[in-house]
Write a new protein. Structure first.
Length: 117
């Protein structure tokens, strides 16, 4: 877990403002299934918004630390029942780089172009 600078955190909060929660945590709390879903979301999106549906305020306070420790993410924001997490996406090796490219598809031709022959 890389600590974020205040400027990075501010920029991430601005990016997260328009996001909708991807993962919902129910009454069971942080289960292995929830951690798995958050991990998948972080792998594909880097920045994830999570909503907690439970009413227990004390349990919600401990959740960001538990999630970050388990997934290696950084907490960005925690307001009420909404939490935002960030984990930098690992660089993926470009497997298709050496493969030869085939020709492009022909351009789309509307039906009328065939009828006037």
């Amino acid at each position: 877990m890389k600590p974020l600078t205040p400027a990075e955190r501010r920029a991430l909060r601005a990016r997260a403002h328009r996001l909708h929660p991807i993962v919902m945590i129910g009454e069971a709390g942080v289960t292995p299934a929830v951690l798995h879903e958050i991990d998948i979301a972080l792998r594909s999106h880097e920045l994830v918004k999570v909503r907690v549906l439970g009413e227990d305020r004390q349990r919600r306070k401990g959740m960001p630390g538990e999630i970050c420790a388990a997934l290696g993410a950084s907490p960005v924001q925690h307001i009420g029942k909404v939490m935002v997490f960030y984990r930098e996406r690992p660089a993926e090796p470009d497997e298709r780089k050496g493969a030869p490219r085939r020709g492009r598809k022909p351009p789309y031709r509307p039906k009328r172009s065939f009828q006037n022959r």
